[in-house]
Design a binder for this molecule. Structure first.
Ligand SMILES: [Zn+2]
Length: 269
C-alpha cells in the first residue's frame, strides 16, 4: 500500500507496443497478484511494425492489440501518439509524456534502460526520467487541453534490462537485481501473444514461433545468472530528487535476487 492507503500504482513507460510485455511482463503479473494498480504507456502505436500494411492501419491494429494485452494483465493503457523511429526528447514531447503519466499518478515508473539497442528506447527512457521529475511540479504546465492534474510526489524510477541485456556496443549491462518470473512466465507468454500482428510477422519470416521463444530464451538467460529458471532484471535510478527506497524490491521480496554489491550495474567490457 502507498502512504495514503490506496493500492500502490506502477506505470510502465515504454517506446512501443509489446516492449512492456517483453521486458517486464512477468514482474507486472506478480505485482498484479499483490493488488497493485498497473498502467502501460507507449510512446508510439507501432506504426512501422509491418512491411505489408500501411502506417495508419498497422498503428490502429497495434493500438488494439496493446489494449487487449493490457486488459489481459488488468492494466490501463495509453499511447502518447509519437511516431516510430521519431521518439525524441524535446519540450513538446516531454509535455505530452508528463500529461499522460499524470493521468496515472504512479508511485513507481519503469522505463527502458538509458542505453539500449534502439534510439526510440533510449529517448523514451530520457522522456520518462524527465517526466517523472516533473510530475509533481505544480508550476510545470503541460499545455494540453485540458491538462491532467499534477502528481502528488516524484515516483520511484526503475530501468528494465535493455533488449538482449546489451548496450548499443553489444556489452552486457547487468541489473542491480533480478525478479524470479517462473510462476508468471505462462501469463507473460499469453500477454505477449496478444500482439498477433507482430507474432505472425515473425512466424511468416522464420517459420517458427520466434516472437514468444526469443522472449523466453532471454528470460532463461537472465535466470541462469542468478539461479532462477526465468528472470527479469532491473536497476533503480538513484539520482538526487528521486525516491531511494527499494519499493519494488520490498514488494517482491522472496522473488528478488540482488547482484553482488561490488558489481552493481557494472558493464562487461
Ligand atoms: Zn521497442
Amino acid at each position: 500500500m502507498s502512504l495514503d492507503s490506496r493500492p500502490s500504482r506502477l506505470v510502465a513507460v515504454m517506446a512501443h507496443p509489446d516492449d512492456t510485455e517483453m521486458l517486464v511482463g512477468g514482474t507486472l503479473f506478480h505485482l498484479k497478484d499483490l493488488d497493485w494498480e498497473l498502467g502501460i504507456i507507449t510512446m508510439t502505436a507501432g506504426d512501422c511494425g509491418s512491411a505489408t500494411v500501411a502506417r495508419e492501419e498497422i498503428a490502429r491494429i497495434r493500438y488494439a492489440e496493446a489494449q487487449d494485452a493490457a486488459g489481459y494483465l488488468g492494466a490501463r493503457y495509453a499511447c502518447v501518439g509519437l511516431m516510430d523511429v521519431e521518439v525524441t526528447f524535446n519540450a513538446t514531447n516531454l509535455r505530452r509524456v508528463v500529461d499522460v503519466i499524470r493521468r496515472f499518478d504512479p508511485d513507481v515508473v519503469i522505463t527502458h534502460s538509458p542505453a539500449d539497442y534502439m534510439l526510440d528506447h533510449e529517448e523514451a527512457s530520457r522522456l520518462a526520467r524527465g517526466a517523472a521529475f516533473a510530475l509533481a511540479m505544480s508550476n510545470y504546465e503541460t499545455r494540453q487541453n485540458p491538462p491532467s492534474p499534477h502528481g502528488r510526489a516524484t515516483p520511484a524510477l526503475y530501468y528494465a534490462d535493455p533488449i538482449e541485456g546489451k548496450d548499443p556496443m553489444g556489452r552486457r549491462i547487468y541489473p542491480q537485481f533480478y525478479v524470479d518470473i517462473n510462476e508468471a512466465l505462462t501469463r507473460k507468454r499469453e500477454m505477449l501473444s496478444r500482439h498477433v500482428s507482430q507474432r505472425e510477422w515473425l512466424r511468416s519470416h522464420h517459420g517458427i514461433d520466434e516472437y514468444l521463444d526469443r522472449m523466453t530464451a532471454w528470460a532463461a538467460g537472465y535466470g541462469s545468472e542468478c539461479g532462477f529458471a526465468y528472470a527479469e532484471g532491473f536497476r533503480q535510478h538513484l539520482g538526487h530528487g528521486y525516491p531511494h527506497e527499494p519499493i519494488l524490491q520490498d514488494a517482491l521480496r522472496g522473488l528478488v535476487h540482488v547482484r553482488d554489491e561490488g558489481r552493481k550495474s557494472d558493464v562487461e567490457s
